[in-house]
Design a protein around this ligand. Structure first.
Ligand code: NAP
Length: 290
């Protein structure tokens, strides 16, 4: 069975790493803070002192960290994984990063004869722990075929969008559309509250109405209840994704898209107030004075 090094054991990465243990892989792990690794170590994963240490003798290195800065650090920084990866090793970046970073990272890793796939995901932490993610892949087709046995434990769907970078392009589009929907829902529900409407009736109408996308269904009930316990996706991460997406849009469309800019501004505010809270708290932020 292949040897996997998994780096980044946050809400998503912890469950994904566990899937490799479930599937019988030999697993080495690293996270910036070790506490999140303890149960995986108890299940047989090898704790590593750095990404570089984790990558020794790995057939594939898989990363799931917050953003560009974290991704740069774990692949290319001091003690980064690239330092010890052998030529021909698979480098699978699952974090949501900017398009520019995905291209830069791929060039750096390919110049060291490593095989790079950008592989951002959709699905919540629960899906990550159950191996039910959707993978959005940008890679050479032959490289993807080589990587498939390493991707299978993580996912129910693998969508191949094109060459390296294409998975990230779609992921950023997906998350920008999601950010716009969530911010729109928060504004609509805040207006309904302020107008004194019966929120039980509003919720019923929203859930059965034409705007009830999966994203709206995911958030409407929690927003109406003002129940934000157990964040699955934080305001800071949503802001990061929207900002990366708008940068991509500026390049593709030659200007910042109106809705995208509004979403970034909304999450900028949410991030300033409660960066680590669930993104659904947006409803409380739009209804308070600026
Ligand atoms: P999270 O719980 O906040 O975990 C972030 C991870 O990144 C942690 O392992 C953290 O280490 C690490 N990290 C942050 N800064 C670092 C740095 N400078 N150097 C090294 N490691 C660093 O976030 P998450 O929800 O798992 O999200 C991880 C990625 O998946 C993000 O790119 C996110 O956009 C994407 N994503 C999330 C979801 C979701 O529903 N949550 C869904 C799809 C995609 P510590 O543990 O030490 O802080």
């Amino acid at each position: 069975m292949a040897r996997v090094a998994f780096i980044g054991l946050g809400r998503m990465g912890h469950g994904m790493a566990g899937r490799y243990l479930d599937a019988g892989f030999t697993l080495s792990i690293w996270n910036r803070s070790k506490a999140k690794a303890e149960d995986l170590i108890a299940r047989g994963a090898r704790w590593s002192t750095s990404p570089e240490d984790a990558a020794i003798d790995a057939d594939a290195v898989v990363t799931m960290v917050a953003d560009d800065e974290a991704s740069r650090a774990v692949w290319l920084g001091a003690n980064g994984a690239a330092a010890t990866m052998k030529a021909g090793t698979l480098a699978i970046e699952c974090s949501t990063v900017s398009y520019d970073h995905a291209l830069h990272l791929s060039r750096e890793l390919q110049s060291r004869s490593l095989i790079y796939l950008d592989c951002p995901v959709t699905g919540l932490p629960e899906a990550a722990a159950q191996g039910k993610l959707n993978l959005l892949v940008g890679a050479n087709a032959a490289d993807l075929e080589m990587a498939r046995p390493l991707l299978d434990p993580l996912a129910t769907t693998v969508r191949h969008f094109g060459e390296v970078g294409a998975g990230t392009v779609y992921k950023l589009i997906n998350n920008l559309m999601g950010a716009i929907q969530i911010a729109g829902l928060a504004e609509g529900l805040a207006m309904a509250e302020r107008a004194g409407l019966d929120m039980k009736l509003v919720l019923e109408a929203v859930e059965l109405g034409v705007t009830a996308s999966p994203q709206v269904l995911r958030h409407a009930r929690r927003m109406v209840a003002h129940d934000f316990a157990g964040a699955t996706f934080t305001a800071a991460l949503r802001h990061k994704d929207a900002a990366y997406a708008v940068a991509l849009a500026e390049w593709l469309l030659h200007e910042a898209p109106l809705m995208g800019r509004a979403a970034v501004a909304s999450y900028d505010r949410a991030k300033a107030v409660a960066p680590d809270d669930d993104e659904a708290r947006m409803i409380e932020l739009v209804s308070r004075p600026a």
